[in-house]
Design a protein around this ligand. Structure first.
Ligand code: F0G
Length: 452
């Protein structure tokens, strides 16, 4: 792939500060603008004078799907023309991306949206959407010859980082909030060989420590303030458009935590629109848990002019984040696409999760905010029955089995103020039935289930 634009010899990609517009040649250890301290992003000056041909790109990407080359088989690197250049010998890939787009017939009926689909990013190698950004950012760490990579995480980033670090022969340091991440995610980091530190704080506290650490030690920061993460995560939206025959849906709905994913998907939509790969922009809406809703409040209460950090609390531990780093990027894509922001309650999340499960798909709690949010957006009239909707499911059901088991046993909200509201979701609960090893008892259970 050419590093320079053929006619103008401009680099294809460059870094830019999202606030002051400074163009640093490289990023510091904390990926902040040295002039004003805000976040950096990649942009592509080469596209202005030497715009890639959309039809040629589409056919190239399609052709790569039949290739046996590792990079072509990755659902991230397959789209490398829309990413900064990283030499192939540094690419660390687990064949991430290539995730399915499923219909959700029961959820469609329940929400009254006929054309409802879910892109399941939980079907990635480490079972969350993080792999699409991690393959790219870990490769950049490898290219820069870092021995150590590090992240603060609610669990999925750390699982993903640990896997890619192991594949790339790098050491990795994980900072996670003690007791507030699921066992599934913690066990992944351990098995992939991470140095895992459980800090007695929350996610935001882990981020603070890590930001200090990278200023003192030569470790490469792999949180989503790293713009390589955002570029890799863009490919989920590119792949989605390809799956839809380049015919965009009316709405895309994503969960919002640290707001890297929404920023990445929105960036991809805007870029694809500029490059004429798609003819119109879908509305990108962002949903937060009510107990971790700083972005919702920023938009609704302060018109996006500021954000107030909060102490976050939600059973959807993946998005238990009170001070989202990428809020300005997310705000920009919300405005560019005309999307909405919503908040949903704990019971709404648990109910939506079981409904997605009942369609035979399943996801982790943070992903289910998308369906819960869609119901609200339907009620407000923002999403119409005739419009097409794609939910981005970010993590696999098996990431957090504790939540699921407690929900089905009726224990999730027992003794909490939500217990009354949770009774409405009883019809979705399927607690296991403990029986004697007796044929008659099993037949009795079968008959009882048939009657219900
Ligand atoms: N869904 C899941 C399953 C997540 O793990 C996360 C974030 C989000 C949604 C929110 O995405 O932060 O880009 O807005 N998890 C991070 C982590 C913070 O450390 O694994 P976001």
């Amino acid at each position: 792939m050419p590093l320079l634009n053929r006619q103008t010899a401009e680099p294809l990609s460059r870094l830019r500060c999202i606030a002051c517009g400074a163009n640093p040649h490289s990023a510091g250890q904390d990926f902040r603008c040295t002039a004003c301290g805000d976040l950096l992003e990649f942009f592509y000056p080469g596209w202005t004078s030497d715009r890639p041909d959309p039809a040629a790109l589409k056919s190239l990407w399609l052709k790569r799907r039949t290739s046996s080359e590792a990079l072509d088989q990755s659902g991230v690197w397959r789209f490398r023309e829309l990413l900064p250049h990283i030499p192939e010998e540094h690419a660390i890939t687990l064949r991430e991306g290539n995730t399915p787009l499923y219909s959700l017939p029961q959820c469609a009926r329940a929400t009254g949206v006929e054309n409802l689909q879910a892109k399941h990013q939980g079907m990635n190698p480490t079972a969350s959407f993080k792999d699409t950004g991690m393959t790219f950012a870990a490769s950049s760490a490898h290219q820069q010859e870092f021995r150590w990579v590090a992240c603060a995480s609610t669990g999925n980033t750390s699982a993903s980082m640990a896997a890619y670090a192991a594949r790339g022969n790098m050491h990795c340091l994980v900072l996670i909030p003690d007791g507030k991440i699921s066992w599934g995610k913690l066990s992944q980091a351990l098995d992939y060989g991470a140095l895992t530190c459980q800090l007695r704080t929350d996610f935001d506290g882990c981020v603070r420590i890590l930001n200090e650490l990278v200023r003192q030690k030569p470790v490469y920061l792999l949180n989503s303030v790293n713009p390589y993460r955002i570029e890799g995560q863009k490919t989920a939206a590119i792949e989605l458009m390809e799956q839809l025959g380049w015919e965009p849906p009316d709405h895309i709905i994503v969960p919002g935590g640290n707001l890297g994913n929404s920023s990445a998907i929105g960036k991809a939509l805007v870029e694809m629109h500029e490059l004429k790969l798609i003819s119109r922009l879908p509305k990108l809406s962002i949903i937060q848990a009510k107990g971790a809703n700083p972005f919702y409040r920023s938009v609704r209460e302060f018109g996006g002019k500021k954000i107030e950090a909060m102490t976050a609390d939600t059973l959807a531990t993946a998005i238990r984040i009170g001070n989202p780093a990428s809020w300005k990027k997310a705000l920009r894509v919300l405005q560019a696409t005309g999307g909405e922001v919503e908040e949903v309650t704990e019971v709404e999340i648990a109910t939506a999760k079981a409904e997605i499960g009942a369609d035979g798909i399943g996801c982790e709690p943070a992903s289910a905010v998308t369906l819960a949010g869609l119901k609200k957006l339907r009620r407000s009239g923002f999403v119409k029955a005739s419009e097409s909707v794609v939910l981005i499911l970010t993590g696999h059901l098996l990431k957090d089995p504790d939540f699921t088991i407690k929900f089905h046993r009726g224990d999730l909200f027992r003794g909490t103020p939500d217990e009354g509201e949770a009774a409405q979701a009883k019809y979705l609960q399927r607690a296991p039935v403990v029986l004697d090893a007796d044929l008659g008892a099993v037949i009795g259970a079968l008959d009882a289930a048939e009657k219900n």
